[in-house]
Design a protein around this ligand. Structure first.
Ligand code: NAD
Length: 297
């Protein structure tokens, strides 16, 4: 079997198009421009790249983009004051604090200071609770992107066996909640799971979110299963070069799976697209307007 490649890049483009269409309608019919504020503390190079990319795509979708770049030694009080200001700014519908924060800042405290209605990353404890109890919430972008691709590929996910490898608050746990919400039978595997290959072999859907290059080989995959590879790992490619690989051994897995996301070009592009989708959703909810279809869980 040769797997269907789930093209996250192309899918993300369709999500961004839907967002842009809805943004245009909000402007034309209601005079509202959704606004996203991104806060970056410090000079982590990877975070700077993400923030630049988020700002660019926000503007391309027709939305207002605001960036706050603060020095690495910013005090917690200063950061909390900025969040308070953004919470009270009616032109801002989404607030994202780029993680990780410098060590002297308490991430939980900072994230939980964001108005949950503007928490477009879906990390606020209220949104975590709402998602866990199957209520309307802001859903973390990466798992939301994975869910969209799975729904698009399968139609209904009801009754499928899903294994999520990784139990982080950012990817693994919300991913498992979303799959449960779509009536999958869900197993969360992690670093202490006994006989991981056997657990993975039972799955119709495998979501790998570990951060270990190519740790899932093809012979762990049930023939015909759908594989969503969240991992982004940079490895040595020889001759002083590096390349990106996922948590799944793509070549062997794509010979067994029914469908698979590549790295790069799979889950990655969906994450920012879902951030834009969450910003429009937050804006619509704040104004009591109809939400765009197909852009939420
Ligand atoms: P994390 O380090 O917070 O969590 C990793 C999880 O993997 C942990 O729960 C741990 O229990 C589990 N784990 C570790 N070793 C394991 C093993 N040997 N067997 C089974 N489970 C094991 O990481 P994260 O933030 O969830 O990210 C995971 C990966 O996804 C990383 O590569 C990250 O770069 C990537 N990521 C990608 C996107 C995207 O946009 N595509 C977004 C977020 C994260």
């Amino acid at each position: 079997m040769t797997a269907t490649i789930i093209d996250g890049k192309a899918f993300a483009a369709t999500v961004r198009e839907k967002v842009a269409t809805h943004v245009a309608r909000l402007k034309d019919e209601h005079g509202i421009t959704p606004g996203l504020a991104v806060v970056l503390v410090g000079e982590d190079p990877a975070s700077q790249v993400y923030v630049r990319s988020k700002g660019k795509q926000t503007v391309e979708a027709g939305m207002k983009s605001v960036e706050h770049k603060l020095p690495a030694d910013t005090s917690e009080a200063h950061l909390l004051a900025l969040i308070d200001e953004l919470n009270n700014d009616s032109s801002i519908h989404g607030i994202l604090v780029q993680l990780p924060l410098p060590k002297h800042l308490n991430e939980d405290l900072v994230i939980n200071a964001i108005n949950p209605a503007k928490d477009v990353d879906g990390f606020h404890i209220s949104n975590v609770g709402l998602l866990g109890t199957g209520q309307k919430s802001m859903v973390p972008c990466t798992p939301l992107g994975c869910l969209m691709m799975l729904r698009d590929h399968h139609g209904s996910l009801s009754g499928l066996d899903a294994v999520v490898i990784g139990r982080s608050n950012i990817v693994g746990k919300p991913m498992a909640q979303l799959l449960l919400g779509d009536s999958c039978t869900v197993t969360i595997a992690h670093s202490r799971t006994k006989d991981l290959p056997d657990v993975v072999r039972r799955a119709d859907i495998v979501v790998a979110a570990v951060g270990r290059p190519q740790m899932v080989p093809g012979d762990w995959i049930k023939p015909g299963a759908t594989v969503i590879d969240v991992g982004i790992n940079r490895i040595d490619a020889g001759a002083g070069k590096t390349r990106l690989v996922g948590d799944v051994e793509f070549d062997s897995a794509s010979r067994v799976a029914g469908a698979i996301t590549p790295v790069p070009g799979g889950v990655g592009p969906m994450t920012i697209a879902c951030l834009l989708a969450n910003t429009v959703t937050a804006c619509c909810r704040m104004h009591g307007l109809a939400e765009p279809e197909g852009l939420t869980a």
